[in-house]
Design a protein around this ligand. Structure first.
Ligand code: DC
Length: 220
């Protein structure tokens, strides 16, 4: 069984998806973290996002694995736990550019489908319902207002000791939305058959219950 969740940054996807996976006792697949890990590696190696030849070379040599049960699933790249590093400012600012490249998407989509062929899971990203798993049993498109999303991001950054204003974050979020929604390759949009869920006024518990209720009939 696949529960697929798409939505923009800060819509509540990640924390909700992790908790839903934990509640259903299935795996959790954070596809944004996969794009972030590739971005981290490319930045470390000094590979520009426009250098498709170099990106194509590193993709097959990059191992990305998830360890631990939800909600505490960690991402391991080439044997290194990069869970915290992929959330850093530098990766966050650059990931939209790297994730738009065909060579990167093709390789990561293949890996995502392979992971899903092995077990039931809850996954979240931008193209889960539209491209990667169009036949998922449960398809959700999660949204929230830009201000609400900026508030949530501010909290996340504060926990990492980074101080950012709401205005600054609103600008960053709007810029990333525009890039993610307007790119030619797998743009962010609501899939046919996906249920739209506005989390602006919802608590985390309400969000979790909403999705768990939809998924339970499909759990054997
Ligand atoms: O959800 P996130 O902020 O961790 O995602 C990081 C970036 O990766 C974001 O710019 C959108 C992109 N992404 C994507 O293009 N496709 C996915 N399935 C998941 C994330």
């Amino acid at each position: 069984m696949i529960v697929a969740i798409d939505g923009p940054a800060g819509s509540g996807k990640s924390s909700t998806a992790r908790a839903v996976a934990a509640r259903l006792k299935v795996a959790f697949l954070d596809t944004g973290a996969m794009y972030r890990a590739v971005t981290l590696k490319a930045l470390r190696m000094g590979i520009a996002f426009t250098d498709d030849a170099a990106l194509e070379r590193i993709m097959p040599q990059t191992s990305i694995e998830f360890e631990g049960a939800a909600p505490d699933t960690r991402i391991i790249m080439d044997g290194e736990d990069v869970s915290a590093l992929v959330r850093g400012d530098d990766v966050t600012k650059n990931v939209s550019d790297y994730c738009a490249r065909d060579v990167v998407r093709k390789s990561l989509v293949e890996q995502q489908r392979f992971i899903a062929s092995k077990s039931s899971l809850v996954c979240e990203g931008r193209d889960m319902c539209t491209v990667v798993f169009p036949d998922a049993e449960v398809k959700i498109f999660m949204i929230a207002s830009v201000t609400e999303r900026a508030r949530r991001r501010q909290k996340d950054f504060a926990a990492m000791g980074i101080d950012k204003t709401i205005e600054e974050l609103e600008e960053e979020i709007a810029a990333r939305d525009a890039k993610d929604s307007s790119r030619a390759n797998s743009p962010l949009k609501k899939a046919d058959g996906a249920v739209e869920m506005d989390t602006t006024g919802m608590t985390l518990e309400e969000q979790i219950d909403f999705i768990v209720d939809k998924a339970l009939p499909f759990l054997s």
